[in-house]
Design a protein. Structure first.
Length: 276
C-alpha cells in the first residue's frame, strides 16, 4: 500500500513539474526544454497577469517545446520538458540567482511575485523546480547505466527583436568551456545554406548554476544550448522544419567517428564562471 502511495505521489509531482518523452537511452542523448510551458497552477491565480502576458516570451520560450518534441521523435531519444511557467520559478537559474523568481520581467510587474518571501520560494522549489532537476539527474543515471553517458542538448527560443533592434540570427549555440558538443554543432549549423548562426548570442552559455552548468559542467557531460528565433517556430510547420535541421546536424555530430568517444566520456572542463 505504501509503495502504491509513493508511486501516486511521484506521478502527481511529475504531472505538475515536468513531462517526459520516452526514448532509446543507449543513443546517449537527452533533450531538455527548461521553458517549455506558460502554465501557472490554479492556486496562483495566473500571478495576476493577463492571458496576453502569459502568451509572451516572459512566460515561456515560444515554439521551443514543439521543436524539442519533434526532435526527440525524429531521433528516438528521451526528452524532459517543464510543465510550469518560468514566471512561477525559473528552472534554468541557480538557487542563489536573484532572477530565480522574477518580480519584474521585460518591464512588466508580476503581481503574484511582488514581495515574495523565502517560505514561498522554498515551496515553489520543492513542488516545481526540484522535481524537474531530480528527473534530469535520474535520466542521466539511466543513460549512463545503459552504457553511454548522455550528451545534453537544451532547446530554447529568443525574440526576433530586442528594444526594436532586429536580431539577425536564425539559430544560435550557447556554450561555456566544454567544446565537445557546442563547436561541432556550430560547424554543422553554419553549413546549412541560408542560415545565420550565432555563437553565444543573444545570451551567453556562461551562467553559473543554470541547467547545463548543474547537469553538464558539474557532471563532466558534453552539452550545449540551442536558441531558435521565435518567429521561425511559431507553428507546427516551422517547428518541424527546425527539428529536422537540428536532427540532421546532431546525427552528423553523434555519428562522427572522431568525435563519438569524447562526446560520451566524463570530462571536467570547468566554467568561465568558476572562481580563479
Amino acid at each position: 500500500m505504501e509503495q502504491r502511495l509513493d508511486q501516486l505521489r511521484q506521478e502527481q509531482t511529475e504531472a505538475v513539474s515536468y513531462r517526459r518523452i520516452e526514448g532509446d537511452w543507449s543513443q546517449g542523448l537527452l533533450i531538455l526544454c527548461d521553458h517549455a510551458d506558460n502554465r501557472i497552477p490554479p492556486p496562483y491565480g495566473e500571478l495576476g497577469l493577463s492571458p496576453e502576458d502569459l502568451n509572451r516570451h516572459i512566460a515561456f520560450d515560444i515554439g521551443a517545446a514543439g521543436v524539442a518534441e519533434r526532435l526527440a521523435e525524429i531521433l528516438g531519444v528521451p526528452a524532459l520538458l517543464t510543465r510550469f511557467s518560468r514566471l512561477l520559478i525559473d528552472p534554468n537559474r541557480g538557487l542563489d540567482d536573484p532572477t530565480l523568481v522574477m518580480q519584474l520581467s521585460d518591464g512588466r510587474i508580476v503581481p503574484g511575485n511582488a514581495g515574495i518571501d523565502q517560505t514561498e520560494i522554498e515551496a515553489r522549489i520543492c513542488r516545481y523546480y526540484a522535481p524537474y532537476h531530480h528527473a534530469i539527474e535520474t535520466a542521466i543515471d539511466t543513460a549512463t547505466a545503459a552504457g553511454k553517458p548522455p550528451v545534453l542538448l537544451a532547446v530554447h527560443s529568443f525574440t526576433q527583436a530586442w528594444k526594436s533592434v532586429p536580431r539577425p540570427w536564425h539559430v544560435a549555440v550557447l556554450r561555456d568551456k566544454d567544446p565537445r558538443l557546442a563547436l561541432p554543432l556550430l560547424t554543422g549549423l553554419q553549413a546549412l545554406p541560408g542560415i545565420t548562426v550565432g555563437d553565444n548570442v543573444p545570451y551567453t552559455g556562461k551562467l553559473r548554476g543554470d541547467t547545463l552548468y548543474r547537469h553538464g559542467t558539474a557532471r563532466g557531460l558534453a552539452h550545449a544550448l540551442v536558441e531558435l528565433r521565435q518567429d521561425l517556430i511559431l507553428g507546427p510547420e516551422g517547428q518541424a522544419e527546425w527539428a529536422e535541421h537540428l536532427a540532421h546536424v546532431l546525427r552528423g555530430v553523434l555519428e562522427a567517428a572522431d568525435l563519438a568517444p569524447g562526446l560520451h566520456a566524463i570530462e571536467h572542463y570547468g566554467s568561465h564562471t568558476d572562481a580563479p
